[in-house]
Design a protein. Sequence first.
Length: 543
Amino acid sequence: MNQIFAQILQFLRKFTILQRALILLVFLGIISSIVTLILWANRPEYQVLYGDLKPEQASKIIAELRERKITFRLDDGGETIKIPAKEIPEMRLNLAEKGLTGDITEKGYDVFDEQRIGMTSFMQQLNMKRALEGELTKSINNFPAVKNCRVHLVLPEEKLFEEEQNGSASVVLFLEEGFTLKEGQIKGIEMLVANSVKGIGRENVIVVDSNGNMLSQAGEEGNASSAGSHWELRTNIENKLQQKVEKIVENIVGRGNTVVQVSAELNMDRIERVAHRVDPENVAVISEESQIETRTNVDTLSNNLNENISRENVITNYETAKIEERYTSGTGTIKRVSVAVLVNGKYNRTTDAEGKIAEVYDPRTQEELDYISNLVKGAVGFDENRGDLIEVQNLQFDRREVDNNQTYFAELERKELINTLITRGIIVLTIIIAFIMIRRLAKSSAKALGLPEPEEKMALAGAVSGTGEQAAKELQPKEEPKKLKAKEPEVVIDEDQFIMHLSPEAKARLKAKEKMVDAVRNFCKNNPEDASQLFRIWLTQKD
């Protein structure tokens, strides 16, 4: 390790103070850029742990997060807690184990775990009431559409020699946004409370929502109940028919280009009819009575038997076969159906004189409307005899809100794209700047070591070899090439005389070559190791 630091210090001694500062600045910039990129790539992604929390709920969860040393963020004024995505599953299990989930409710029967000596009967009754309210709250909070609830119980005191009084209960529901409760669900809540607390009947349970609207129909049994079931049946039938029609029409005109409303009249009358029919061919003897009468006439004067009279009377009772038929009509049969279908037209793209693309509205033809009407009749089971009505109309829809939403989301996507491109551009620019600074640093290092530049290396190579064509051309006079073209006998010329005939530019080049050769020789003598390194560099170069 010490040897490495020694080599680094020896390397830095060859530079000036300015070059050392530049090297240090470049090194720190590269290190900081690498660290920043690593931190940016590995930054944790925060997701929602729990939302819509009350202050007391959020404080308990935050205390647990701090105890486990998990980083978190608070949004929506402290109602939403966000933690790293990889920590969410394990943290939710841990919070559920400790009872610190997002749906923290009041205590139930666990209030009796904190019993203290010397409690009065009033405190015990109060704890019992709190326990019942807490248990009911926990149960009702498990319903899908219920976000939270409050239960209030009124339990009368039991007194000696007094008739037992009935209690009452009130339930306040905080529903999820966009959810509503059906009549059956509300009745279920009423029955849950009535059967969980002694002395409270279903008619004594009141259910309201967070806006104060009455949801229960306590004390209105009979007609109200049956009216509710009739209305629910009618609503279900209309929704089923509406879904059928929408599915067919949307496949023709496109999603969002149709509005369907269905109205169904139901026959809720229940008819029960009994018919008796006699079968004359099927006769059976039920009973038969036979009576025989005998009479004798006697002459009392002469005691002579004059005549005997005998008579027989038979009574037979017959029963004919009877056929009894009972007919009961079902309730909820469809009496009449009315369907209203509104469809949007077509939008064709055209190019105006200025080259701008515009959408032109084209209404539906009557043939298309008739085709849609026939399909709707088949979907709802159209029956002309019962007075069914199908109405299909074409009107232009107001698409301003849709266009505004599309423009908004397109602008949002464009901004996100620009932010992404800017981030990536900064990264690429940082890498390019780091590469340029490293290259400059390498060049300054070569100058500090006394190594020639690549251009100087090529020139020195030509000077040392003495065979470079460029050097030979530079040393020849300008008019000389023309004379050499002519075939003349070779004449030996003295060097001094040749130099005298050279131009000033050629003489300057010749002197520069001599100085360059002397500089190369001196460099090789004084720096044999650097010279050998330079030769090795030349040998490894392709060009």
